[in-house]
Ligand binder design. Structure first.
Ligand SMILES: Nc1nc2c(c(=O)[nH]1)N[C@H]1C(S)=C(S)[C@@H](COP(=O)(O)OP(=O)(O)OC[C@H]3O[C@@H](n4cnc5c(N)ncnc54)[C@H](O)[C@@H]3O)O[C@H]1N2
Ligand code: MOO
Length: 412
């Protein structure tokens, strides 16, 4: 049995890279940028009016001459109009290019236009540069707008669109199969007998991966040795990552560890000093072709075999698998989050306990964690009320965690 931090270290020694691909910008949200995004021109690309009004030269205002002949109307999208006297102005629309001869745009609300002349309202404070968004003020041509290894958020996609990138180079995603196990688990479309359950683990894992634009294959295996052997043999060939749920404990029908070992999967650990999720099994596999580097990416296949209890699956996925995925995709460390317990917890076993907590920022700006009362790792009826798992150290002889103490949380 390994500790939580040993398990974490072993998993992070197995970060993988799955290469890169070029995809349409429209499909890019949630993917990870694999190249720097560079400004193809200055942002903004010209001096841009930020209001509808008139463009003037402020020196003329200082001369106490605030009446201007209107010499034209400047729309957005066309070359800027000039004037040849400081007593002249043009009407200009938001987003239009302002000729360098002008150094301010006055809002329509701040002037009166009559008979071809514009008069500024008395006592109007006019400053050079007002209402002009100057060329290159935001970013210069050639400057990096976004570094690679960032998640493509809607805001970043907008920036990419402004640089004309209809296609983007992103990190390739691992091919993942999610395999649930157990004779007692029936599909959602079937009516369970009195002692059967409906399968929920697979769809939970799939839903967690959707955020990363990973659409895993779902598969279910009954507790039949031959079926498990055949299916795992095929999956080890076809997929980069196997996420298995259930069948990893001590039961007479828990075939997963045995079959994985028979198939040549290298066990990295089995059992973690934690609750939930103690029987977690993790291994790596290199097939003969991979060892000979015949494949695109001679990387190990990884097997995350999570204990079948629904809360154990959810915890192990959030605490181990998703951080592995993020790091493998090159995403920078999100940094740990902490919260303060707002009531005592008693947990005696010498295991690191992951308590389900509800998080709330209190009126002094502190994140407080309220533990939820649950009936163990088979009770997933309260998970929807929790925001995070709070990771409590496993070395307290008295098992007491006091209100006011601060611990790491894994938000989901
Ligand atoms: N003698 C021991 N028994 C057990 C130990 C132990 O250390 N010694 N560990 C316990 C712990 S902790 C856990 S967690 C479970 C994990 O066992 P398995 O990984 O073999 O999981 P299963 O027995 O297959 O299932 C456990 C539980 O979860 C339900 N389940 C399974 N799949 C699904 C699914 N797709 N959707 C919803 N629910 C699912 C299943 O019906 C069981 O109730 O072992 C303890 N035993
Ligand atoms: O620790 Mo087991 O993971 O659910 O009870």
């Amino acid at each position: 049995m390994v500790t939580v931090s040993e398990a974490e270290k072993i998993i992070s020694a197995h970060l993988m890279s799955y290469g890169e691909e070029v995809i349409c910008l429209e499909d890019a949200v949630g993917r990870v940028l694999a190249e720097d995004l560079v400004a193809d021109r200055d942002l903004p690309p010209f001096n841009r009016a930020t209001v509808d009004g008139i463009a003037i030269q402020t020196a003329s205002v200082k001369n106490n001459n605030s009446l201007y002949a209107v010499c034209g109307i400047q729309a957005a999208g066309v070359a800027p109009l000039k004037v040849f006297s400081e007593n002249h102005c043009i009407e200009i629309m938001t987003g239009a290019a302002v000729d360098p001869i002008f150094d301010a745009v006055i809002r329509y609300e701040d002037c009166v236009i009559e008979d071809g002349s514009a008069r500024l309202l008395p006592d109007l404070e006019v400053k050079p540069g007002m209402n002009i968004h100057y060329r290159g003020k935001d970013k210069q041509q050639g400057e990096i707008l976004a570094e690679k290894n960032r998640v493509l958020t809607p805001a970043l996609i907008g920036l990419a669109a402004s640089t004309g990138q209809a296609r983007l180079r992103v990190k390739k995603l691992p091919r993942i199969v999610v395999i649930s196990t157990g004779d007692e688990m029936v599909p959602l479309t079937e009516v369970p007998t009195a002692y059967q359950l409906r399968r929920s683990n697979g769809i939970v894992v799939k839903s967690c991966l959707a955020k990363y634009k990973i659409h895993p294959q779902l598969m279910h295996l009954n507790d039949e040795l031959e079926q498990v052997r055949t299916a795992l043999t095929e999956c080890l060939q076809q997929y980069d990552v196997l996420i298995i749920t259930g069948g990893v404990s001590m039961g007479k029908f828990d075939f997963i560890p045995q079959v994985l070992s028979e198939l040549g999967v290298q066990k990295q650990f089995h059992k973690v000093r934690q609750r939930p999720g103690k029987p977690f099994w993790f291994g790596s596999f290199k097939d003969a072709r991979q060892q000979a580097s015949e494949l695109r990416h001679p990387v190990s296949k990884l097997i995350f075999a999570l204990p079948g209890n629904p809360v154990s699956v959810f915890m192990c996925l959030n605490r181990y698998f998703l951080p592995w995925l993020q790091a493998s995709l090159g995403l920078s460390e999100p940094g740990y989050e902490y919260a303060v317990l707002n009531s005592d917890i008693l947990f005696k076993p010498a295991l690191q306990y992951f308590a389900q907590v509800k998080l709330k920022v209190n009126n002094t700006g502190v994140v407080e964690a309220t533990p939820l009362t649950t009936n163990g790792s088979g009770d997933f009826s309260n998970l929807m009320y929790a925001d995070a798992f709070m990771e409590l150290p496993g070395d307290r002889a008295d098992g007491r965690f006091k209100k006011g103490e601060c611990f790491k949380v894994w938000r989901f």
